[in-house]
Design a protein around this ligand. Structure first.
Ligand code: NAD
Ligand code: GLY
Length: 362
């Protein structure tokens, strides 16, 4: 455990993010924030066969007599629905989880968002510990307390802010992650460089091959640096009244693509990669980022094996309709996170629809 890294998240509900190999076997750490004698582990049917037993054994080893329930959902974004939420709540109720129970979210962002929302809603809110097993969940979704499910009308439209009691990112789980999902997580890592940390972009360019090869040190550094950025931002703006919106760079385009594809095409990180390039191109059209900035971002994402162009055949009117219902939109008009080049982003309201259409036309 000597190689663990820790990032503190402050604010009204402080907690720690622990990053390192083997954390899922560390019963004391898993149990450290337990308040009662009930635990409920939620996972998906790809992650559970790999890691559920490990977590249940570690918890019961550390706290003999703990009542531990568990439930799994089918893997993938298509499970992050109101129906999936209802089934999670039913499983929690059937297991008789009491007011002082803790939900453990063991998996990627889909599990984290859905289990976190179930924890936020059960008995008006019980504890949740996030156990992210994808790179994307380690660097983004497990931190900051956003929980939600998707509707056919749009991504993450129903949810709650519910900060976790702890985040334990066991980096050894990344060894079983499919390469496509590792690459998808790298998109959110690049996002931090793009919006707030220009030297991190230089570092990512230098470390691209190591990251793609799954190098433990490079990945741990990328996770810790990303978490430090996310922690600082959510500490200052937990409910997204201001700068937290910058974390949505590329997401207005990306979410629209995911919704239009019925949550069965590009995975989230891939859609964000395409969305960041689209947002950079929009910024260029608005006289903000330079063509060289956009080319650099595009080239880094391509090197990391990510898509940078939208899938063919998507309807521009439908995409714009989805953008209007995106949570980042407000009643006034289209609102985007625009880019001023490496490490600099801001929110821009009332972006002319024509400029967005030109970007969508390519
Ligand atoms: P995911 O949860 O669907 O996981 C990707 C795939 O990898 C799944 O099939 C899963 O079963 C599998 N998997 C996970 N860990 C594994 C492991 N260690 N070994 C083998 N297989 C493994 O997708 P994701 O990219 O982690 O998360 C995407 C979701 O996160 C989206 O719904 C997105 O909206 C959400 N998100 C939320 C926030 C937030 O702040 N709450 C931020 C970013 C993204
Ligand atoms: N992923 C965006 C946020 O947490 O605010």
């Amino acid at each position: 455990m000597s190689h663990d890294r820790t990032v503190a998240v402050g604010g009204a509900h402080p907690y720690h993010i622990s990053i390192g190999p083997g954390l899922l076997e560390d019963g004391e750490r898993l149990a450290a924030t337990l308040r009662g004698r009930d635990a409920f582990v939620i996972s998906d049917d790809s992650v559970a066969p790999l890691y559920m037993r490990r977590v249940v054994d570690a918890l019961s080893g550390a706290r003999p007599g703990l009542r531990i329930g568990h439930w799994t959902l089918p893997a993938g974004e298509a499970s992050k629905t109101l129906d999936g939420f209802g089934r999670a709540i039913t499983a929690i109720a059937d297991a008789g989880m009491r007011r002082d129970a803790t939900v453990y979210a063991l998996g990627g962002g889909v599990v984290g968002d859905l289990a976190g929302f179930a924890a936020a809603a059960w008995m008006r809110g019980i504890d949740c510990v996030q156990l992210p097993t994808t790179l994307l969940a380690m660097v983004d979704s497990s931190v900051g307390g956003k929980t939600a499910v998707d509707l056919p009308q749009g991504k993450n439209l129903v949810g709650a802010f519910h900060p976790p009691r702890a985040v334990l990112a066991d980096t050894a789980t990344l060894r079983t992650l499919p390469p496509r999902e590792l690459r998808a997580g790298l998109a959110e890592v690049v996002k931090y460089g793009a919006i707030v940390d220009a030297p991190f972009l230089d570092w990512l360019e230098a470390q691209a091959d190591a990251l793609l090869a799954g190098d433990d040190d490079a990945l741990a550094e990328a996770i810790a640096r990303s978490c430090a950025h996310k922690a600082a931002i959510v500490e200052r703006d937990p409910f997204e009244h201001g700068e937290r919106a910058l974390l949505n760079f590329g997401h207005t385009f990306g979410h629209a693509i995911e919704t239009e594809q019925g949550y069965g095409g590009l995975v989230h990180g891939e859609a964000v990669a395409v969305g960041m390039v689209q947002a950079a191109r929009l910024s260029e059209r608005l006289g903000l980022a330079s063509p060289a900035d956009t080319a650099r971002l595009r080239s880094l994402l391509q090197r990391l094996g990510l898509p940078v162009d939208p899938p063919p055949g998507l309807d521009a009117d439908a995409l714009i309709a989805h953008m209007r219902l995106d949570k980042k939109a407000q009643s006034g008009g289209l609102r985007f996170i625009v880019w001023d080049g490496a490490g600099r982003a801001r929110v821009l309201a009332d972006v002319p629809e024509n400029a967005v259409r030109e970007v969508l036309r390519g």
